[in-house]
Design a protein around this ligand. Structure first.
Ligand SMILES: [Ca+2]
Ligand SMILES: [Ca+2]
Length: 147
């Protein structure tokens, strides 16, 4: 019985999915560039990012539909890292999701700055030039271009 209910829910979700009115960008090569980030001076709980009171050491992981696409490398001791890092361009079809984790690299346990900032890859996102992921701990700026 549970299986039948799940199937019905799936069918209902599919039926109500909105299609992008502007399909011109799909099936083409998309480049995602992690430009940089801006990180709050303290963690959300008021603590310093690092025990030595130095600024965080951020890196960023980029996922396309849950698959790791690339990692913008660690930059030491900065609240305003600049990467201009772009993994290999990808052919994108409608319904894809890009997700970014921004993380403070630590010797033992990395501090997540934020995780799972999702950006729906739509014509609106392309026309906006990309996205930023505002969060309690900071933002990351992502540029999107389509060839
Ligand atoms: Ca830390
Ligand atoms: Ca540090």
């Amino acid at each position: 019985m549970r299986i039948i209910v799940a199937l019905l829910l799936t069918a209902a979700c599919t039926t109500h999915q909105h299609h992008d009115p502007d399909p011109e960008f799909y099936g083409r090569s998309w480049t995602f560039t992690v430009l940089g980030a801006s990180i709050e001076p303290k963690k959300a709980n008021g603590q310093d990012w690092d025990p030595d009171l130095s600024p965080p050491d951020p890196f960023a992981r980029i996922y396309l539909d849950g698959q790791l696409l690339g990692i913008a490398p660690t930059i030491d001791d900065t609240f305003d890292p600049t990467w201009n890092y772009a993994p290999a361009p990808q052919i994108i079809f409608e319904g894809s999701l890009l997700s970014i984790d921004l993380i403070d690299s630590d010797t033992f346990d990395d501090d997540p700055i934020f995780q799972g900032c999702g950006t729906a890859l739509t014509s609106a996102t392309v026309k906006a030039g990309g996205a930023s992921c505002p969060s309690q701990n900071g933002t990351v700026d992502l540029a999107i271009t389509v060839e």
